[in-house]
Design a protein around this ligand. Structure first.
Ligand code: PGA
Length: 247
């Protein structure tokens, strides 16, 4: 199974559902549709409308983050996994670099993972090195720490997806080389196999994925899918990414 996840970030109003409608009509007719899953993570404000509209369809809705407490609390503007699940989301991203840079610590992330899973949300756990860590050859050690400090074998592997997103690549148009990326993905899977009884959860790549460079990424069979930011705000680009992946 491959995953194409569209992370809308701070984008979208109710009428942006048009984008999902187009993706859905492509998907419902695509001969390859059984091979992959489409997940869109709109902002919190749209989760309920989108989930209701796509309840009977194959597009799944997720949230971009969740708070590190389970249900209700007195934290202003916080939204818990319980609340996210209650409006129909099936997934949540956790640990996106945007949120790590705003102060998400490993212990906060661990709580998020725990409470999301407890509330039956599948998680897409994001990891990635920054530019200076890459420059100093620290990529693999950074990734290993990000995984081991948060994920534990007691978590159900089937509810977890990992997204490798090098921070220097997000929104910059820069992408890793084929060799670099293959080595990194294989390493991430090795670390995960050590935690989850010899089987790794799916590992996706994210960072400047578009309808052109997808032809390069598809060469790496170890990549189980993609987390797509900028290009997921256009139904055409998002659909072309999927088309070009299976071409
Ligand atoms: P990008 O974003 O595709 O715009 O680089 C990816 C992400 O932040 O998830």
């Amino acid at each position: 199974m491959r995953y194409f996840i569209g992370n809308w970030k701070m984008f979208g109003v109710p009428k942006s559902i048009n984008i999902l409608n187009k993706i859905n009509s492509f998907h419902s007719k695509d001969k390859n549709r059984k091979k992959y899953r489409v997940i869109i993570t709109p902002p919190y404000t749209l989760i309920e409308t989108f989930s209701n509209n796509f309840k009977k369809k194959k597009i799944l809705i997720g949230s971009q983050n969740c708070y590190q407490k389970e249900q209700f609390s007195s934290d202003t503007a916080a939204i818990s996994p319980f609340m996210i699940k209650s409006v129909g989301a099936k997934y949540t991203l956790i640990g996106h670099s945007d949120n790590r840079s705003e102060g998400d610590t490993n212990s906060m992330l661990k709580n998020k993972v725990q409470f999301a899973l407890k509330n039956n949300l599948k998680i897409v756990f994001c990891i990635g090195e920054n530019k200076s860590e890459k420059k100093n050859n620290r990529t693999l050690i950074v990734l290993k720490n990000q995984i081991r400090k948060v994920l534990e074998k007691k978590f159900n592997r089937n509810d977890i997806i990992i997204a490798y997103e090098p921070i220097w690549s997000i929104g910059t148009g820069k992408i890793p080389t084929l060799t670099e990326l293959t080595k990194t993905i294989i390493y991430i899977k090795k670390v995960l196999k050590n935690i989850f009884k010899k089987k790794s959860p799916p590992v996706l790549y994210g960072g400047s994925v578009d309808e052109t460079n997808i032809k390069i990424f598809k060469e790496i069979k170890e990549i189980d899918g993609f987390l797509i930011g900028g290009a997921s705000k256009s139904s055409k680009k998002f659909i072309d990414i999927i088309k070009n992946y299976y071409r």
